[in-house]
Design a protein. Structure first.
Length: 502
């Protein structure tokens, strides 16, 4: 890569279903966050290549009663971000509730509480449009067959200009079943350009699909369609679903995802231009680029969303999310560095997938080593804490208090179909109650676990292949647990969390 070029993916982790907007000289991106809290991540860039995480638009998922336990593939699906009337707006679909929105005067907030714009099951992937020429407002959305019984179609509405309600019952504006070869049409992004209404929407499924463009003179159609980005002879499978953005100088760019198994949906940047026939041309004549000239924007220092954390004052960085809405007392602030997690009492300690008190961040998309220092303070027999790779299958390494009061180094895992974890290696006495934990994530998200309990680094157990959930990539997690029972069960401390490329 030369100084004037960039290499895809520009976000090499699970920033699923990205959408982007420009405000002045700044670009902002949001992505699906499903059942994790806080949700709706907010990323910022000045050059479309280097991105930092600046916050979240959704502090807690609502209704709160629905997200007290993990719902890994539910919650916030495929948001759209826009800027209108001096406010940021984010619309998303909760497949079990309907279409919701939040808005704020600044990207860092304060954001409003979620407002339900349209109730109904299976309403997903909404995108608003305020037509600056006419003052009209519109909204388009897709359908989830798992909830609604139908898919492959887009429904359009007129929307109240204040973004709070819809003005009609909706009309089927694109029926994907009538387009030869198209299936699973979803993720629409709505624009106005050159006298046309444009819908940029993916089809064909996340693993092998393509990016389509549809246009009509009237919002309600009829629409004509064209495939504008597909894998062709590249290694980028299923390149689709994202957003178009124009730079101050008038350059057009498109950000989209690629599904990469346990790594989730990584984000690529494609050049975009308008062809002589009036249709958009993405990538290299419709094929995704691996390396390309950078956008003509002021040079920026290298940047990426944070991963490392020293947990100053017991606080954790923006990169961390709980697996459900958090409760008071899970993490304790204090005067020094280090994360202090309470050993949350639960009857589900045998299955990390069921626990809301796991603090997670995204699995890195390149071979990496993850390390953290752990001290177990909990005196309760069965109290445990550790470092996990969490997905439809999971594995973790950490410390557990034994019935005789001793602390053991343990390494456990569970397959996707298993309801209880089991040992991946024989427990070993950790006399100091401390351990340095390490996971090396190699090609194909194959993970090797290691520990240091004062005898130097030792490998533990067999290689574990990380797995995603249905829609969510695998996650790294920190946790502290204890068996059900009365009273406080103690805590665990994590320090010097680091991720380094291998």
């Amino acid at each position: 890569m030369t100084a004037g070029s960039y290499t895809n993916p520009v976000l090499n982790a699970d920033w699923s279903d990205p959408d982007v907007v420009r405000v002045g000289d700044d670009f902002y991106l949001t992505a699906s966050s499903f059942g994790r809290a806080p949700g709706l991540p907010l990323l910022h860039s000045r050059d479309l290549v280097n991105w930092t995480l600046v916050g979240h638009a959704l502090e807690r998922l609502e209704p709160a009663s629905e997200f007290t336990a993990p719902r890994h593939d539910c919650g916030v699906w495929a948001p759209s971000i826009r800027h209108h009337d001096d406010r940021f707006w984010i619309f998303w679909g909760d497949p079990d509730q309907g279409i919701l929105q939040v808005n704020a005067p600044e990207i860092r907030g304060p954001w409003t509480r979620p407002h339900l714009v349209k109730a109904g099951r299976g309403l997903i992937d909404p995108c608003p449009l305020w037509d600056e020429e006419t003052g009209e407002a519109y909204l388009v959305h897709a359908w989830a067959k798992s909830r609604a019984g139908v898919k492959n179609r887009l429904t359009g509405h007129r929307m109240h200009p204040d973004g709070t309600s819809l003005l009609d019952e909706g009309k089927l504006i694109v029926d994907g079943d009538r387009i030869p070869g198209w299936f699973t049409l979803e993720g629409p992004k709505l624009y106005r350009h050159d006298g046309w209404f444009w819908i940029l929407a993916p089809a064909g499924g996340v693993e092998t699909g393509w990016q389509g463009a549809l246009r009509a003179r009237d919002f309600f159609g009829p629409y004509e369609e064209k495939v504008v980005l597909e894998q062709k002879d590249t290694e980028v499978n299923g390149p689709h679903q994202g957003g178009w953005v124009r730079t101050p100088a008038g350059e057009d760019w498109f950000l989209h995802f690629q599904q990469r198994g346990a790594y989730g949906r990584v984000v690529h940047l494609q050049p975009m231009r308008w062809g002589t026939d009036g249709w958009p041309v993405l990538g290299d004549e419709g094929a995704p680029v691996a390396v390309h000239r950078r956008p003509s924007l002021p040079p920026q220092p290298p940047a990426a969303p944070a991963t490392d954390d020293d947990f100053p004052g017991g606080r954790f960085g923006r990169q961390w999310q709980w697996t459900a809405n958090p409760q008071v007392g899970w993490a304790t602030q204090h005067s020094g560095d280090g994360l202090r997690l309470s050993c949350v009492r639960t009857g589900d300690a045998h299955d990390l997938r069921r626990l809301p008190s796991v603090l997670t961040q995204r699995l890195p998309g390149v071979p990496s080593a993850v390390e953290v220092e752990l001290t177990l303070h909990g005196e309760e027999p069965g109290a445990r804490a550790g470092l996990a790779v969490l997905g439809d299958a999971f594995a973790w390494i950490g410390l557990e208090r034994a019935g005789d009061g001793g602390v053991h180094l343990v390494h456990r895992f569970a397959e996707p179909v298993a309801e209880h974890e089991r040992d991946a290696a024989h427990p070993r006495l950790a006399p100091r109650g401390r351990a340095r934990l390490r996971i090396e994530i190699g090609a194909g998200a194959r993970c090797r676990f290691a520990h240091d309990i004062g005898e130097g680094l030792r490998w533990s157990g067999p290689v574990f292949a990380a797995t995603p959930w249905r829609w969510v990539g695998a996650l790294l997690g920190l946790f502290a647990l204890a068996p059900s029972g009365p009273g406080h069960a103690g805590a665990a401390s994590f320090t010097e969390f680091r991720i380094r490329p291998l």
